[in-house]
Design a protein around this ligand. Structure first.
Ligand code: AMP
Ligand code: MG
Length: 351
């Protein structure tokens, strides 16, 4: 049974230092007699509208193959972006949303199918069919006003899972008004697919980072675990590092993305059950076996808050920050602390 623990960052600092000291010996151990490893990094420009970092680890004498692996990984990311972006008018998802097609293709359909699973698991908190509600908030923000109750109700009627039928596991809409927004899951899926391509190509280790959402496998060039920096939910600096292997780490938060209406910030994450922004959770970080799960649950927990920690699937850990920069709480699943690595800010007071 998942037990929630409430701690302040100051308390975590002590714990983290202790874990880091005991962990070092294990992480630096590399089996003897192995070929030396090198890591090759690439930072492709503007993937999914954000920063990107790809790393493959290969034996030194196979370094030539690293570039092919990076090409393949980058291509997977860009391919999934070209299918799922709602900013690209000609993407498959845009054509589905505007009614040019009423059924998705195989890859996009699979992502929507996975999204449907997360909708069920999260009791409706994660809902990619709620795009008309997301759009309503954006439109009202541009007009500088809050949406009216009747507008929210109307947006909810336009698109929901009951208006979808499944045709060989691929969703087809039964009403033209249905729209999907895969913004809370497609990045994670793309990251995971890019990582799978590195693994299939024979890399010893690899890491895919798109906008701070990360999935890694295998070892680093020195045979250790991967370090993933976690940012201050109320600022930009890295507070501490997680030490992970064969895991994904995704963060959702309204500190970076929000709309402003009448001087007040509203989250870009909407509770589809009420049509209201999920404003009580500034930041959620999820560690999962794969990036699709981590991405979807980070968004879902932004809606559910700490009570959602009980609903997480097996082998999934999370940290939720609630409150404001002056008065915040940190809620973690017990297993989360086991991933804590180096603490970057020794005096751990948030900004
Ligand atoms: P993320 O940054 O992964 O949390 O994704 C946020 C994006 O997911 C938003 O910009 C919306 O496009 C979409 N979204 C917002 N609220 C939800 C929700 N409740 N369920 C699924 N997707 C959502
Ligand atoms: Mg997400």
């Amino acid at each position: 049974m998942m037990q929630e623990s409430r701690v302040k960052f100051a308390g975590l600092a002590i714990l983290v230092v202790a874990i880091a000291l005991t962990g070092v010996a294990i992480w630096k151990t590399q089996p003897t007699g192995e070929r030396p490893l090198v890591s090759v990094m690439r930072q492709p420009q503007r993937v999914m509208g954000t920063t990107c970092r790809l790393i493959v680890v290969v034996p030194q004498d196979e370094q030539r193959r690293a570039n092919e692996m990076l090409d393949a990984a980058e291509q997977r990311l860009r391919h999934i972006e070209s299918l799922c972006s709602t900013y690209i008018e000609t993407s498959e998802l845009s054509r589905f949303n505007t009614g040019q097609i009423d059924q998705l293709g195989e890859t996009t359909g699979l992502i929507a199918n996975l999204a449907h699973g997360f909708w069920r698991e999260s009791d409706g908190a994660f809902d990619v069919t709620a795009r008309p509600q997301f759009q309503l908030w954006k439109r009202c923000a541009a007009e500088g006003r809050l949406p009216r109750k009747d507008e929210i109700a109307a947006a909810r009627e336009l698109s929901h899972w009951q208006l979808i039928v499944w045709d060989r596991s691929i969703p087809r809409k039964t009403k033209p008004t249905v729209q999907f927004d895969l913004g809370g899951i497609a990045k994670g899926y793309a990251i995971q697919q890019a990582l799978v391509s590195m693994h299939e190509a024979g890399a010893v280790g690899g890491l895919v980072d798109v906008g701070g959402d990360v999935h890694c496998f295998g070892v680093t060039a020195d045979g250790g675990k991967w370090e993933v920096g976690l940012r201050d939910p109320f600022g930009q600096r890295v507070l501490f590092h997680l030490k992970v292997r064969n895991r994904a780490v995704c963060t959702s938060g309204n500190y970076a993305r929000f709309v402003e209406i009448d001087g007040k910030r509203y989250s870009h994450i909407i509770d589809p059950r009420t049509g209201m922004p999920a404003d009580h959770v500034p930041s959620v970080t999820v560690i999962a076996m794969d990036a699709t799960t981590a991405d979807a649950w980070a968004t879902a927990l932004s809606v559910l808050g700490p009570s959602g920690l009980e609903m997480l699937p097996e082998d999934t850990e999370a940290m939720i920050v609630t409150g404001t920069s002056d008065d915040y709480d940190v809620h973690t699943t017990p297993g989360f602390n086991g991933y804590m690595g180096k603490f970057e800010v020794q005096n751990s007071k948030l900004e």
